[in-house]
Design a protein around this ligand. Structure first.
Ligand code: CDP
Ligand code: CDP
Length: 224
């Protein structure tokens, strides 16, 4: 593909955004930018520093003092806060249950969005998140809104936990996912929402590869 393009993949928790975005980026030799990892990294730093998560100003102050890097090492992506590897830590239960509160603050989002636009400015990137198509990159050449039933998304997360040997309860996971979706969709500033020009892919019955193939096909169509 010769033409520069950015691909935005938004959707609720556990829909398969990061797995699929990574595959699509690999196949097209694009840069993958996991914006959720950036909000998770800030949440981790705030918990470490004991910052009040309800206080947007203090969170913004903390964010302005830290570097968040998404490092690509062969096929592994690591997340660093001030050069410290926090790839595992940002997936903890504590971070997951607090990240929606941290990312609800306008001051936090404005700064994060600036960083995300800077990362994507040369084009040929795949970004996944909640507000990429609606707010971060409103001119992205391809926007995908990826969904799946809450039951299926909880099942996927449950299986992921089982594979990693993390004990979890299916009903509890379902509740947590539904709660995060609710918080992310109802916040005032840049909520989770399908962009009007996004292609919706309902993936409840689709495999990772089927979703990735569909997105790659759409991307190729948009470059001719
Ligand atoms: O992978 P998972 O769906 O669990 O979440 P994530 O993509 O890592 O995002 C974690 C949280 O960050 C979301 O629940 C949102 O609260 C927030 N987020 C956001 O507000 N905007 C984005 N562009 C990406 C994530
Ligand atoms: O990033 P997001 O929270 O949207 O989801 P993810 O972390 O990419 O995917 C959650 C889990 O679902 C992963 O373990 C994927 O391997 C799995 N998955 C799946 O089984 N089938 C799909 N069509 C998409 C994802």
């Amino acid at each position: 593909m010769n033409k520069q393009m950015n691909i935005a993949i938004d959707g609720p928790a556990g829909a398969g955004k990061s797995t699929v975005a990574k595959l699509v980026a690999e196949r097209l030799s694009f840069l993958y930018i996991d914006t959720g990892a950036m909000y998770r990294a800030l949440t981790y730093a705030a918990l470490e520093e004991g910052v009040d998560l309800k206080d947007g100003q203090s969170l913004h102050k903390l964010l302005s003092k830290i570097t968040i890097s998404l490092n690509h090492e062969e096929s592994r992506i690591t997340v660093l806060v001030n050069q410290k590897d926090v790839t595992e830590e940002i997936r903890s239960k504590e971070v997951t249950s607090n990240v929606s509160l941290v990312s609800s603050h306008e001051q936090v989002r404005v700064e994060m969005v600036e960083r995300q636009r800077e990362l994507a400015k040369s084009g040929n990137s795949v970004l996944d998140g909640r507000d990429i198509g609606t707010f971060v990159l409103p001119n992205a050449q391809l926007k995908v809104f990826l969904t799946a039933s809450v039951e299926e998304r909880a099942r996927r997360r449950f299986e992921e936990h089982e594979a990693k040997g993390i004990a979890s309860d299916f009903e509890q996971l379902k509740k947590e996912i539904a709660k995060r979706d609710e918080l992310d969709s109802t916040r005032d500033f840049a909520p989770l929402k399908k962009a009007i020009d996004a292609v919706e892919i309902e993936s409840t019955k689709m495999s990772i590869h089927e979703v990735a193939e569909k997105i790659i096909k759409l991307a190729k169509e948009r470059t001719v």
